[in-house]
Design a protein around this ligand. Structure first.
Ligand code: PMP
Length: 365
């Protein structure tokens, strides 16, 4: 009996010692603070707090049991997206959120030691994937006014395996020009253009995939379309890249319910556009309200803003937490000392946030 127990103990010790791959062992684990957010004012993850189109909820109510018991079918979704974007289906891939598109691209194209240019601060996943795949990540800081460091990125992209351009960028809210993207595409082997916040600005690198066979553009249903919980993203690129990504994607990575809802959301462009309009109004109200309280706010092309709170930073973060208003403390990011990121929610949510601050800082403005 004792020797049996000893065997179990030594087996579990042996299991604990199994080494993962080197780059996985050394990588950091990304654990976003996602728990316990429901029921609060969620201005921390750039979601659409209006929620998805009523057509999505209607579609959910009418799903058949067959949809759930069969493996997902994607043909209709590709037909619809192809029609809406005016792009052949051979040039697109549906993914499990745009996070998955990022993972697939690193998986298919990045080998240990490859140079990946990442303008920072930006969405953390780009740096984390670089660690996981052993890339040589070259960070290029944004300009002090948080504008895209065009010349520096173009220069750094010379001879790079991949250059990342997030436009509008999270968390700076600023965009890169199409000219800059073209210049980068003439220097870097691959250019990954993340357009998660595209709908709030309206300028896209998508037409460039006609002329450049090394540009990858991603979109998501998580922001303007309000489907963050369903995890649906889209990748656009030339056929060669899409065929390559298809080799590394798990065959049913987007589930049947998610694909049905993404179709319903895409069909209701009117709802999405009215959300975008209202979110932009709310963003401008948020920015002017914060400015009138004496805080510095950066201009944004997305559904969130960066606000520099100076020495009040810690106090404001605590105060909002106490009011059950969730915002993102970005003070750990390059260039963003004392800054928070606030998503533009509904006008009501924006007013609640401003009221909370007004009560404490009303005499500053
Ligand atoms: N790219 C950027 C710039 C983002 O900010 C986010 C989410 N915050 C994503 C990609 C991932 O979005 P999703 O996986 O939900 O499509």
């Amino acid at each position: 009996m004792i020797s049996y127990l000893k065997a179990i103990v030594s087996f579990s010790e042996a299991r604990a010692m199994i080494e993962p791959k080197r780059f996985v062992r050394d990588a950091k684990c990304y654990v976003p603070p996602m728990e316990g957010r429901r029921g609060k004012i969620r201005l921390d993850f750039n979601e659409n707090t209006w929620g998805p189109s009523p057509k999505v909820m209607e579609r959910l109510r009418t799903l058949s049991s067959e949809i759930i018991s069969t493996y997902p079918e994607y043909q209709k979704a590709y037909d619809l997206f192809s029609e809406k974007f005016g792009i052949d289906r051979s040039r697109m891939l549906v993914t499990n959120g745009s996070d998955e598109a990022i993972r697939l691209t690193y998986n298919a194209y990045i080998s240990p030691g490859d140079k990946v240019v990442i303008p920072v601060p930006t969405f953390a996943i780009f740096g984390l994937e670089a660690e996981l795949f052993g890339a040589n990540a070259v960070e290029v800081p944004y300009n002090k006014d948080l504008s895209f460091p065009e010349d520096e990125v173009i220069e750094a992209s010379e001879g790079a395996r991949m250059t990342i351009v997030v436009t509008p960028n999270n968390p700076t809210g600023t965009s890169a020009s199409l000219d800059a993207i073209e210049s980068i595409a003439q220097r870097s082997e691959v250019v990954f253009v993340d357009e998660a916040y595209h709908e709030f600005k309206g300028i896209s690198a998508l037409p460039l995939i006609e002329d450049y066979d090394n540009i990858i553009v991603t979109r998501t249903f998580s922001k303007a379309y309000g489907l963050a919980g369903l995890r649906v993203g889209l990748v656009f690129a030339n056929e060669g890249i899409i065929d390559t990504l298809r080799k590394v994607v798990s065959p049913y990575s987007v589930n049947s319910i998610a694909i049905e809802c993404a179709m319903a959301a895409m069909q209701d462009q009117g709802y999405m556009r009215s959300c975008v309009e209202r979110i932009i109004q709310s963003r401008e109200r948020l920015a002017s309200g914060l400015r009138s309280l004496g805080f510095k706010v950066f201009d944004s092309d997305a559904n969130f803003i960066i606000c520099d709170l100076g020495k009040e930073h810690k106090r404001v973060v605590e105060l909002l937490k106490g009011e059950k208003i969730l915002i993102r403390d970005r003070s750990g990011d390059r260039l963003l000392e004392n800054c928070i990121r606030l998503s533009a929610g509904t006008m009501e949510e924006t007013e609640k946030l401003l009221e909370a601050l007004q009560r404490n800082y009303g005499d500053r403005g």
